[in-house]
Write a protein that binds this ligand. Structure first.
Ligand code: FES
Ligand SMILES: [Fe+2]
Length: 437
């Protein structure tokens, strides 16, 4: 990166505040695509999205149209969805099965699931051409690296840099926590996902996930209405459905949020402790606990259920709520448009009632139909308008600044309402954008 570009990036981020251009400048966005999204590990999808040979699922990293394809065995390939003949996208549906081979719809060049060329029509026409001499080069290009952690598939367009496990670091707990809640240690995706276009910069979403101040403000109206219905049901029937609590929990006062712990890690990943009492003692939970105790033993079961996590954010592409088997992935489109994918999972071998709980959360809190998600989207859109205006240059991340502990590149705070997660993300942002290789 040229020296002046590097100093420009550095000038945008101070330890406790960030210049609005980080959100509103299309040139900065293009640098983010090149230096972050097209360089680091980005979530591709879950292996159960492509269970059978030839199954594929399209997605995007940065500007690159890609396709995740199941091979003939356990292997999963990630290919550029581009035909080496004349460039047409080979896989046309968002997801499907390629049959015997992935076949381009334009002139029927065919490819093995690993992208290598299987055949072309009228092959005699290529005799004595450079195509014939270099046939091995005429496959669909593979991305530089594909790695999986507990069934979650990541791809990197850059051959350099740390392996996935090293890069995930402590944030691995997102996937350990989600999978360990299954007695066989596995989850299955429940297709399809919701897709929402956010009219805001991708960083609004990432910052919001660990913003423990906003729920009691932004979601207060929903929280109080749900709490009222919850009380009424309790009065009338003696009990209330557990899922009402997913909404009434938004009445949790600031003081309680502030008792949670937050942490930030070197590659920008951040975590927030749990707040909702996600270990109730209703019969369904107890039945699930019994299954886990049989599978893992009492002590290990306690270790698994004793983790206290609300959110793990794996920078820059996903947010995971492991106790409720939720995952949201973002695919930035422009400085003020972001595609989000909203997924949820089933714990293999766990009671159906536990899955229903995850589905309730998915629909009540994360889906585009809920008032929770809608209120968040409204805030981010208003934020994008504000940061595109001349009303001021800086975004404030001062809350609890100076009280984070910083050891070995890890930031920790015992204040759940600290703006540590935002500061940690921007620390990583500068590192990514100013990296020289
Ligand atoms: S563009 Fe794919 S076969 Fe011609
Ligand atoms: Fe929210």
């Amino acid at each position: 990166m040229p020296r002046d570009a590097e100093s420009d990036i550095r000038s945008l981020v101070e330890p406790d505040r960030v210049h609005r251009r980080a959100y509103s400048d299309p040139d900065i966005f293009e640098r983010e695509i090149a230096q972050i999204f097209e360089k680091t590990w980005i979530y591709a999808g879950h292996e159960t999205q492509v269970p059978n040979p030839g199954d594929y699922w399209q997605f995007q990293i940065g500007r690159q149209p890609l396709v995740m394809v199941r091979g003939n065995g356990d292997e999963i390939h990630v290919l550029y969805n581009r035909c080496p003949h004349r460039g047409v996208q080979v896989c046309g549906s968002r997801h499907g099965n390629g049959g015997d081979a992935l076949t381009c719809p334009y002139h029927a060049w065919r490819f093995h699931y690993d992208g290598s060329l299987e055949s072309v029509p009228l092959e005699a026409g290529y005799r004595d051409t450079r195509f014939a001499a270099n046939k091995g080069d005429f496959g669909m290009k593979r991305v530089a690296r594909v790695q999986r952690y507990r069934g979650f598939v990541f791809a990197s367009l850059d051959p350099r840099g740390p392996d996935l496990v090293e890069w995930l670091g402590e944030a691995r707990v997102a996937f350990d926590d989600i999978c360990d809640r299954s007695p066989v240690g596995r989850v299955e995706v429940v297709p399809n996902c919701f897709r929402v276009i956010q009219r805001s910069n991708w960083k609004f979403f990432m910052e919001n996930q660990l913003d423990a101040v906003h729920p009691s403000v932004t979601h207060m109206s929903t929280g109080y209405a749900a709490a009222e219905v919850e009380r009424k049901l309790k009065r009338e029937t003696g009990s209330q459905p557990l899922h009402y609590h997913y909404l009434s929990a938004f009445t949790t006062p600031f003081e309680k949020w502030d008792q949670l712990e937050t942490a930030g890690y070197p590659y920008g990943h951040t975590t927030l402790g749990g707040y909702m009492g996600l270990r109730p003692s209703d019969p369904d939970t107890l039945a699930h606990e019994k299954i886990l105790a049989q599978a893992y033993g009492e002590q290990r079961k306690e270790e698994i259920l004793g983790r206290n996590i609300h959110h793990v954010l794996i920078y820059p592409s996903i947010s995971v709520q492991s106790p409720l088997q939720q995952l949201r992935a973002i695919r930035p489109i422009s400085h003020n448009r972001t595609l989000s994918e909203i997924w949820h999972f089933r714990l293999v071998g766990a009671p159906e009632a536990i899955y229903r709980r995850s589905l309730w959360y998915y629909n009540l809190v994360n889906s585009p139909a809920t008032m929770i998600n809608a209120d968040d989207l409204e805030n981010w859109q208003r934020g994008q308008f504000g940061l595109s205006s001349d009303g001021g240059d800086w975004v404030s991340f001062h809350r609890d600044y100076g009280r984070d502990t910083d050891a070995n590149g890890e930031l920790h705070s015992t204040n759940g309402c600290s703006e540590l997660p935002m500061r940690a993300q921007f620390r990583a942002w500068v590192n990514y954008l100013t990296a020289t290789e």
